[in-house]
Design a protein around this ligand. Sequence first.
Ligand SMILES: *[C@@H]1O[C@H](CO)[C@@H](O)[C@H](O)[C@H]1NC(C)=O
Ligand SMILES: *[C@@H]1O[C@H](CO)[C@@H](O)[C@H](O)[C@H]1NC(C)=O
Ligand SMILES: *[C@@H]1O[C@H](CO)[C@@H](O)[C@H](O)[C@H]1NC(C)=O
Ligand SMILES: *[C@@H]1O[C@H](CO)[C@@H](O)[C@H](O)[C@H]1NC(C)=O
Ligand SMILES: *[C@@H]1O[C@H](CO)[C@@H](O)[C@H](O)[C@H]1NC(C)=O
Ligand SMILES: *[C@@H]1O[C@H](CO)[C@@H](O)[C@H](O)[C@H]1NC(C)=O
Length: 272
Amino acid sequence: MLISGDVVIFNVFYEIFTVCTSIVAEDHTGKLYHARNLDFGLFLGWDVKNSTWMVTQKLKPLMVSLDFQRNNKTVFRSANLAGYVGMVSGIKPGIFTLTMNERFSIDGGYIGVFEWIFGKRDGWWMSFLTRTVLENGTSYEEVKDKLANTRLLAPAYFILAGNKSGQGCVITRSRTAALDVWNLDTKNSIWYVLETNYDRWKVPLVVDDRRTPAMKCLNKTLQENVSLPNLYNVLSTKPILNKLTVSTTLMDVSENVMETYLRDCPNPCSPW
Ligand SMILES: *[C@@H]1O[C@H](CO)[C@@H](O)[C@H](O)[C@H]1NC(C)=O
Ligand SMILES: *[C@@H]1O[C@H](CO)[C@@H](O)[C@H](O)[C@H]1NC(C)=O
Ligand SMILES: *[C@@H]1O[C@H](CO)[C@@H](O)[C@H](O)[C@H]1NC(C)=O
Ligand SMILES: *[C@@H]1O[C@H](CO)[C@@H](O)[C@H](O)[C@H]1NC(C)=O
Ligand SMILES: *[C@@H]1O[C@H](CO)[C@@H](O)[C@H](O)[C@H]1NC(C)=O
Ligand SMILES: *[C@@H]1O[C@H](CO)[C@@H](O)[C@H](O)[C@H]1NC(C)=O
């Protein structure tokens, strides 16, 4: 694949300055829903006059939905930033849905990315991996295994949902291994899994806790009320919705739904 210098730099920035919230939830009939906010532009220029992040504002019009076809048939669909070669959120109709969140980790952090820039190519760009599994993955289990075990350039969280009860997980990755796989388990009342940008066994940064409010909202929603509109409401709750939020994407694998909404966070609203 040919990649221009600008695109590489854009991807490097993308891989570094994105924070996100992703949720997979199962309703009482075993139906799976997957939703995410894409938050982009942290540290890339706060506009005091407008109380906005300049890069976030610039990116909003670049959000596009793509339909990848082979022989006139949809292979997968994704919600992407135009010009960005990886896959941010994607759906393989009838089979699985996938999102990726940034994992800021000091151990092993971005060494791989910088090595890559300087010529040592040891591991996969996280977003090329998501693209590959969306294009060629054929089942939840197969994709889960690939996401857990492929060597990466940097740590990441993969949030994956399949097409039947129990098929939902958050995979916490270091460059080389899956550190944790958090699975849905409705028999034990785990009817949703969610990820922001912190390992689930650690407390989130106090100034950036989107996890607790998201869990509070979901707990209040109750499993019997899970639906795409309700997940949209959860993702519209501040500070899960914040000034970095570019878009909200909602996916329902069984109905082949993927909808992306551009977002604004009216004041008062947290900068992140
Ligand atoms: C502030 O936002 C308005 C519209 O949203 C835009 O026209 C204006 O250029 C922005 N100001 C700056 C300094 O970017
Ligand atoms: C794909 O669809 C278009 C428009 O529906 C049609 O013109 C074209 O012949 C189709 N191509 C194939 C390979 O079926
Ligand atoms: C998917 O598989 C096909 C056939 O093996 C291959 O040509 C293609 O490059 C693969 N796609 C990606 C993104 O790896
Ligand atoms: C669910 O995914 C499996 C592959 O894991 C596939 O064989 C099956 O047809 C899918 N079910 C539906 C209802 O699409
Ligand atoms: C939400 O419910 C789960 C499961 O009952 C519980 O472990 C968690 O502490 C609750 N979180 C919040 C923020 O209410
Ligand atoms: C959940 O749905 C039930 C009906 O199934 C309704 O009575 C209740 O008000 C709903 N709760 C919320 C928080 O939406």
